[in-house]
Write a protein that binds this ligand. Structure first.
Ligand SMILES: Cc1cc2nc3c(=O)[nH]c(=O)nc-3n(C[C@H](O)[C@H](O)[C@H](O)COP(=O)(O)OP(=O)(O)OC[C@H]3O[C@@H](n4cnc5c(N)ncnc54)[C@H](O)[C@@H]3O)c2cc1C
Length: 388
């Protein structure tokens, strides 16, 4: 067994680290002070992403992406996770299900998105449909030459800068016909209802949208009628691994900051790290990261080798659950170690602490991950989590 990263993997890791420090870190305070980045900053990051060769890491080279393996995506995502304010989201991963697009849809949507010329948002959640997307009220009805979409979507991340939205709707209002549609944002009937504020400062916004008699062509269905959930399920594996990877490096950055502070902050005539209360917190943080990172690398490597979709899905839930809960514990301790300074927005640990809270909520809450894991243990046995 060889657990070492190959020279190619080390080179990718180093390049991703340099990218984040040189191209993303300089915009962190702008993002914090303005609750977002300007169009100009966004364009700068798009240009840098293209120049460094990190655009669309998850899509095939022939579609204009980088064709990264899952393990390579993990190495990149991990480094991205140390940037605060979700500036990492300026480096785009076009929605996974677009790999099932027709050649014409790829030419119109996927390829220009991979090239940084267009941007997608993905809208499933609604007022009454969160953890249970079967409750979606957004519907699509057949009309002459196309489809008419009506409904409302919440929390549409990047809805402010995306120029098209992948909308999850029920054909004829039937949950068995859950279907994804390409909806251009400038179509008549597409409106922003509200742009709420959230706990984190985020590079982009999460508006709510209304779709009022929006007409799209026959060719705007992604996949087939009724395939909406299947396509999203595969995407969850990629998305949950991405979250887990970002959580690991966010925890490392918070711990580095806390470790440096504890070494230099003198109270009662000694560095605070020499108080066992502080040293024990640092010890727990290091051990938490070591365990989570081992799990992340193992699973990312395994998924590249595995064709068992259900097992990948089951294990990705465990990883997302563990890493998102771990980073919240670690960032909370980092804030505590910095004392009052840890509560100042100018400090990365404070921003990380706010940023990572959502990782226990989006892409399936911690409770939903436990529901999946519990169900898998019942159906397939404990081995799915405990064998090696
Ligand atoms: C910042 C942000 C960005 C987002 N971006 C997007 C996006 O781009 N596109 C999109 O479609 N959605 C997006 N979401 C929505 C996100 O995926 C949902 O918030 C999430 O899935 C939870 O749904 P909910 O908020 O409706 O909570 P609910 O489903 O109403 O859950 C409420 C509580 O009940 C618990 N619960 C629910 N069901 C069960 C169960 N079976 N067993 C135990 N506990 C349960 C939940 O864990 C939670 O604690 C975003 C959310 C946020 C906060």
């Amino acid at each position: 067994m060889d657990f070492n990263l190959s020279p190619e993997h080390l080179a990718l890791q180093g390049k991703a680290r340099d990218f984040v420090e040189q191209e993303l870190f300089p915009h962190e305070l702008e993002c914090e002070e303005n609750n977002g980045i300007s169009r100009e900053t966004h364009q700068k990051i798009i240009d840098a992403t293209m120049a460094w060769g990190f655009n669309a890491p998850n899509h095939a080279k022939e579609d204009g992406g980088q064709g990264f393996s899952i393990f390579e995506q993990t190495l990149l995502n991990e480094e991205l996770g140390k940037a605060t304010g979700a500036i990492w989201d300026a480096l785009w991963y076009p929605a996974y299900p677009m790999r099932f697009a027709t050649p014409a849809q790829k030419a119109e949507y996927l390829i220009p998105t991979c090239q940084g010329l267009r941007r997608d948002a993905y809208a499933i959640t609604e007022a009454d449909a969160g953890s249970d997307p079967n409750q979606c009220q957004t519907r699509a009805d057949k009309v002459e030459g196309g489809w008419k979409i009506n409904g409302e979507k919440w929390f549409v991340t990047i809805g402010d800068i995306a120029d098209y939205i992948l909308v999850h709707a029920h054909v004829d209002g039937d949950p068995a016909k859950a279907t994804v549609f390409f909806v251009d944002k400038d179509l008549p009937g597409v409106e922003v209802k509200r742009t709420p504020m959230y706990t984190h400062s985020f590079a982009f916004k999460h508006p709510e949208f209304i779709f009022n008699d929006v007409i799209v062509g026959e060719d705007k269905i992604l996949g087939e009628v009724g395939q909406g959930f299947e396509m999203t399920k595969d995407w969850f594996v990629e998305a949950r691994l991405g979250i887990a990877a970002r959580c690991v490096r966010a925890a490392i950055r918070a711990t580095e900051e806390a470790n440096n502070f504890a070494a230099n902050r003198i109270q009662f005539g000694q560095p605070v790290r020499d108080f066992q209360a502080i040293e024990f917190m640092l010890a727990d943080m290091a051990v938490e990261i070591m365990a989570a990172k081992s799990m992340l690398y193992r699973l990312s490597w395994e998924i590249d080798q595995s064709v068992d979709r259900k097992r990948n899905h089951a294990r990705a839930s465990a990883l997302k659950l563990h890493c998102s809960e771990m980073v919240n514990r670690v960032c909370d301790k980092a804030v505590q170690i910095l004392g009052g300074r840890g509560y100042m927005r100018e400090q990365p640990v404070e921003r990380l602490w706010r940023d990572v809270r959502v990782d226990r909520i989006w892409e399936g809450t911690s409770e939903i991950q436990r529901v999946i894991i519990g169900g898998q243990i019942k159906k397939r046995g404990l081995d799915i989590y405990t064998d090696w």
